[in-house]
Ligand binder design. Structure first.
Ligand code: COA
Length: 189
């Protein structure tokens, strides 16, 4: 697979590699219960964030199971406001295409502007046009309306609702699985 050509640029955003200087901004939103509400993890401690930022900064995207993590920042105002993650899943190969998973999180102050959708669209473009992916999926709590709407805006199809699939934060939650294929990405809107 080709190397990821960090940074990516969109109309309003820059998507770059993590660096150790991102720790405080990352911790500021990862430590909030509202950020973790629909996720497996609880609000993260400073030590957890330190470990993650260090790992993301050094991460390689060279084999199945690897994650690429992109810092999302505004082009006109540097500083991390969120992240996009792309996982290289098991299943495909270089000849026939790779399969992956995408995820997104924004700090509260970054929400409500379309930044997650814009950033995710750039990562999908990279995955399909440059890296050789054939399928990208997203897995989310079916009650996570913000995340569901991103999938819909990206043109992803809902292919499953796994009922009461997670016991999460004191209650049963259902999981929604969305995906988009290379052939769908290439279709003109
Ligand atoms: C999921 C999450 C990223 C969604 O954030 P978001 O800000 O709603 O998503 P976007 O950045 O794509 O912004 C879309 C919103 O901005 C609005 N918007 C405002 N100005 C806009 C503009 N210029 N362009 C596009 N959209 C704009 C859109 O109308 C939309 O609002 P709506 O959903 O009320 O219609 C966020 O809630 C989050 O980080 N949650 C915590 C972590 C999490 O659950 N992650 C998902 C795990 S699966």
């Amino acid at each position: 697979m080709p190397e990821i050509p960090y940074p990516l640029s969109t109309e309003r955003l820059v998507l770059r590699r993590f660096s150790p200087e991102d720790l405080q901004a990352y911790y500021a939103y990862q430590s909030l219960p509202e950020t973790a509400r629909f996720l497996f993890n609880e609000a993260r401690s400073l030590a957890e964030c330190m470990e993650r930022v260090g790992r993301f900064s050094r991460a390689e995207f060279s084999k199945q199971g690897d994650w690429a993590s992109f810092v999302v920042e505004r082009a006109d105002q540097p500083g991390l406001i969120g992240e996009i993650a792309l996982k290289w899943e098991e299943g495909g190969d270089a000849q026939h295409g790779f399969v992956g998973e995408i995820g997104w999180t924004l700090a509260p102050e970054g929400q409500g502007h379309g930044y997650a959708t814009e950033a995710a669209r750039a990562v999908l473009a990279l995955a399909f046009n440059t890296l050789g992916f054939r399928r990208i999926q997203a897995r989310l709590d079916a009650a996570n309306d913000g995340s569901r709407k991103i999938c819909e805006r990206l043109g992803m199809s809902r292919e499953a609702t796994l009922r009461d699939n997670w016991y999460l934060k004191g209650e049963w939650s259902s999981e929604a699985v969305y995906s988009i294929l290379l052939s769908e990405w290439q279709q003109p809107n």
